[in-house]
Design a protein. Structure first.
Length: 179
């Protein structure tokens, strides 16, 4: 469920997509152990000290991130993400990693998650614009993504949803041609 990635935008999207209406139940951050795995795979801090309170805080951050994807406009999305970043008590430091400069956040895992996710989405808005934020077109999927394609044409959260949508469209065309 949780991929290993050092990409902070992918962290934000991955966290936002821990609520998935295609799953039963839709809550993918089901318990503290699941949150611990999420934190460990991303090296976000001491995962062994997480509590039920931390789980609720991360779920609240997730809900705010999803609000930014569904915001009425770019300004509203920025305001939401700025609120998440402001509420975080993580400290940012610039460090060299793999030959490139990156921000590293220190603090509790909850604060690090909030700061890394919100700041990466704010940077995505600053560099490419909020119109790169999208929700999957393969209904009933409600997962979100940040479109990084050159031609700004991404419509689906994953290859799985793109294939599912293509198959459904093919079946519908086949049914219509038989009539």
């Amino acid at each position: 469920m949780f991929q290993r990635s050092d990409d902070p935008v992918e962290l934000a999207v991955s966290l936002a997509n821990t609520w998935d209406t295609l799953e039963d139940p839709p809550e993918l951050l089901r318990d503290v152990a699941t949150l611990e795995r999420f934190v460990q795979r991303r090296n976000l801090g001491a995962a062994d000290r997480l509590t039920a309170r931390d789980l609720e805080a991360v779920r609240a951050i997730r809900d705010r991130l999803r609000e930014a994807f569904a915001a009425a406009d770019e300004s509203a999305a920025v305001e939401i993400l700025n609120d998440v970043l402001y509420a975080s008590r993580a400290n940012a430091q610039l460090e060299r990693a793999d030959g490139a400069w990156r921000f590293r956040y220190s603090g509790t895992p909850v604060d690090v998650i909030a700061a890394a996710a919100a700041s990466s989405l704010l940077e995505a808005i600053r560099v490419d614009g909020w119109d790169r934020f999208g929700a999957c077109d393969a209904a009933p999927c409600c997962c979100v993504f940040v479109d990084r394609s050159r031609n700004r044409s991404r419509r689906f959260c994953s290859e799985l949803c793109a294939n599912r949508h293509a198959q459904a469209s093919h079946r519908q065309r086949t049914r219509q041609s038989r009539r």
